[in-house]
Design a protein around this ligand. Structure first.
Ligand SMILES: [Fe+2]
Length: 430
């Protein structure tokens, strides 16, 4: 791996646009530079961190109190209200405060169940299980010969959902929560999605699953080490933390990302999935730390004195960004699960937020979802769309995922002539 290590005039932080060869040395160097920059503001790192900690602690207390009162922590908005423009300011305030949302009735339940059945026909008709070669990566682990995560991207069901009017309507509302224009730059187009292709999960009744530990997905060491992210997180790194805004898209949508098994080449305002089965809240479901500002905590925590100089609280390249009891116990107190959802509901969370999947034994009912995020059109997503287009046309796995390429010879995958205007715009064909 080649290393670009430059210190241009417009920043006094060292940065590496590809992963540094000597990670511990680069961590030491960037931490000491960020500390110096913060201290130049007249406050110590500990003082600045205390501001963030107090802000986050207030939210944690609020969430614990809501939970103790038996209230749902996750905001819920009905699709009909989004479509008719009758979402209240209070509902939008809750969405921004918690950074997550359940959209009830995003699709009619019958539609979602028909998509689920369509996926079964699609994979069984193409002998997917007979030809399945095991997990292409170890991110989700393996459960016997039948996978829970299907590395399938181009089924009619997935593409119909991605290019649907209802999906575009919800994505626009979510994108609009971000400041997408500033300093004369439009950082992204809130009303055009790039149709980020992702997989399907179908977890059968009776399944046992260890779930997934608490983590976040926006990046790894690149969050501290690349120039784009150093600019995006400028208020965290220069002592002006009071001005840090988790909804500011400035400098988030153009820069590179370090390669790795968990990377996402696209900029997503929200991660999300659409339920293809009913799921009860205690059946191994998604949890988040519903505090968008917690990112400030995650980014500054490694700078405190009790963390070894060459350690970023366990964050390293090629591994998921962990949130841990050791370094982030305050944050994990707020971990909150989704309420019961029905097929056709969708679930969304701010791209920087910590999330986990609870373990389950002997799961009741299916646990089926299509992963469809909000990935609005921007420089970074336009770049990735070029490879998505090629993967779509050849039926290959998208380049963010292992090269499993099951669907290349499947005759009934979604065809280019089935694209509508949203689909063509999303793939950059119009
Ligand atoms: Fe994740």
């Amino acid at each position: 791996m080649t290393t670009t290590h430059v210190t241009p005039a417009d920043t006094d932080l060292p940065h590496w646009e590809t992963p540094p060869d000597d990670l511990p040395a680069a961590i030491r160097e960037v931490k000491s530079a960020i500390r110096a920059r913060i201290e130049a503001s007249g406050r110590t790192v500990a003082e600045v961190f205390a501001v963030v900690e107090a802000r986050v602690a207030e939210r944690v207390a609020e969430i614990r109190a809501a939970r103790e009162r038996g209230e749902d922590v996750w905001p819920v908005i009905h699709y009909a209200d989004i479509e008719q423009g009758t979402v209240t300011p209070e509902q939008l305030e809750a969405l921004r405060r918690r950074g997550c949302l359940v959209v009830r009735g995003h699709f009619p339940r019958e539609q979602a169940l028909a998509w689920d059945a369509g996926i079964v026909d699609y994979v069984e008709g193409n002998a997917f299980f007979e030809n399945y070669r095991g997990p292409g990566d170890d991110f989700f682990g393996s459960v016997g010969s039948k996978p829970e995560i299907y590395p399938v991207y181009w089924s009619p069901a997935q593409m119909e959902a991605r290019q649907s009017e209802r999906m575009a309507t919800v994505q626009s509302l979510l994108n609009a929560q971000w400041t997408h224009e500033s300093d004369g730059v439009q950082w992204f187009d809130p009303d055009r999605d790039s149709l980020y292709p992702d997989r399907i999960r179908r977890r059968p009744p009776g399944a046992d699953s260890n779930g997934l530990g608490a983590h976040c997905d926006p990046g790894t060491l690149d969050l501290w080490m690349t120039q784009g992210y150093q600019q995006a997180f400028r208020h965290l790194f220069d002592g002006s933390v009071e001005q840090y805004d988790p909804w500011d898209a400035a400098h988030r949508t153009s820069g590179p990302q370090y390669p790795g098994t968990t990377m996402c080449s696209a900029f997503r305002t929200f991660q999300g999935w659409t339920a293809l089965s009913d799921m009860d809240h205690d059946q191994g479901v998604l949890h988040t730390v519903p505090i968008p500002e917690a990112m400030a905590y995650l980014m500054l925590r490694p700078l405190l004195d009790d963390v070894p100089d060459d350690d970023m609280c366990g964050v390293t390249t090629n591994q998921v960004f962990p949130a841990s009891e050791r370094w982030h116990p305050l944050l994990l107190e707020a971990l909150s699960g989704i309420p019961d959802v029905r097929a056709g509901d969708s679930v969304w969370w701010h791209c920087d937020m910590i999330h986990s999947v609870a373990p389950v034994t002997d799961q009741q009912g299916w646990g089926n979802v299509m992963y469809i995020p909000a990935a609005p059109w921007c420089e970074r997503n336009e770049r990735y769309a070029a490879s998505v287009r090629e993967a779509f046309l050849s039926g290959s796995s998208p380049s963010d995922f292992p090269e499993e390429d099951y669907e290349r010879s499947w005759p009934d995958r979604f065809a280019p002539e089935q694209l509508n205007e949203t689909g063509r715009r999303g793939l950059g064909l119009d």
